[in-house]
Design a protein around this ligand. Structure first.
Ligand SMILES: NC(=O)c1ccc[n+]([C@@H]2O[C@H](COP(=O)([O-])OP(=O)(O)OC[C@H]3O[C@@H](n4cnc5c(N)ncnc54)[C@H](OP(=O)(O)O)[C@@H]3O)[C@@H](O)[C@H]2O)c1
Length: 260
């Protein structure tokens, strides 16, 4: 994608002020799109993101909305359409988790964790698509990219509920791709271990895991953002997931058996 190719387009990135979301916001801005940066708590990061995006010469707006609250989501999409002129791209990147391990400790996985993980990671993404779809139809086309996880395919991760929520979002990606075609394309990016602040992980954790991948390093937020941009702008793709994990999933059973 060359610089400026998305001029006149508008992208909404949930959780767009930090980590993978920020990398996606910047990738869209570099491609020329106006960007709505959604956040729920981190006002400082959101205003900094808007400043950085603005310096790239495109419009940007920070909008606070908890994606698990449907009224806030609808108000956010209406505001984006009014202030930036429409909605062409939605990235459902906002995610929530709490570490509940070991997974074998089933009693530790409380209803509170199940409910929050489902409300943000699954229903939140659905609310955003439902609110964005009419705006995309008005433009004649639209593209959604959901941020899932390798946990969706391997069942590991911060909690069993988190893995299940990302598996649900993977299925939802295919259901929505079928339901909204041909006007709106819906795809997903499944990150592996990407060094961000997600789940309270620190540099120590990331360093300790960095050589577990076949590529001997962790993929970056920027590489994940590039995959999001690719899916959002490649017309032939819908219902697909790109795994950005440095080969983690590909290790599979042979690696578990001590072989490459
Ligand atoms: N990093 C990894 O290794 C990894 C691996 C697999 C999948 N992922 C997925 O990647 C996505 C982005 O995570 P990240 O790694 O970039 O970590 P991050 O920087 O912590 O990003 C999470 C973002 O979600 C936002 N958010 C959380 N709850 C929200 C809500 N209810 N409404 C709106 N925004 C909300 C946060 O904004 P506020 O702070 O303002 O709430 C934050 O910007 C998540 O969906 C995560 O599950 C990450």
């Amino acid at each position: 994608m060359s610089d400026g190719e998305l001029r006149g387009k508008v992208a909404v990135v949930t959780g767009g002020a930090t980590g993978i979301g920020l990398a996606a916001s910047l990738a869209f801005a570099r491609a020329g799109a106006a960007v709505a940066v959604n956040y729920s708590k981190n006002t400082l990061a959101a205003s900094e993101a808007v400043k950085t995006i603005g310096a790239l010469g495109v419009d940007a707006v920070a909008i606070r909305a908890d994606v698990s609250n449907e009224a806030e989501v609808r108000a956010m999409l209406a505001r984006v359409a009014k202030e930036l002129g429409g909605v062409d791209i939605l990235v459902n990147n906002a995610g929530w988790t709490r570490r509940v391990q070991p997974h074998s400790d089933l009693d530790s996985l409380t209803d509170d964790v199940w409910d929050r993980v489902w409300a943000v990671n699954v229903k939140g993404a659905f609310y955003c698509v439902r609110a964005a779809a009419p705006h995309m139809r008005q433009r004649g086309a639209g593209s959604v990219v959901n941020v899932t996880s390798v946990a969706a395919f391997a069942g590991g991760g911060s909690s069993m509920a988190y893995a299940a929520s990302k598996a649900a979002l993977t299925t939802l990606t295919m259901s929505l791709a079928r339901a909204l075609a041909p006007t709106i394309r819906v795809n997903a990016v499944a990150p592996g271990l990407i060094p961000t602040g997600f789940g309270g992980w620190t540099d120590v954790h990331w360093k300790a895991t960095s050589t577990r991948t076949p590529i001997q390093r962790l993929p970056t937020a920027e590489e994940t953002g590039a995959a999001i941009l690719y899916l959002a702008t490649t017309g032939g793709l819908t219902g697909q997931t790109i795994v950005v994990d440095g080969g983690l999933l590909a290790l599979g059973p042979m690696e578990s058996a001590g072989e490459r």
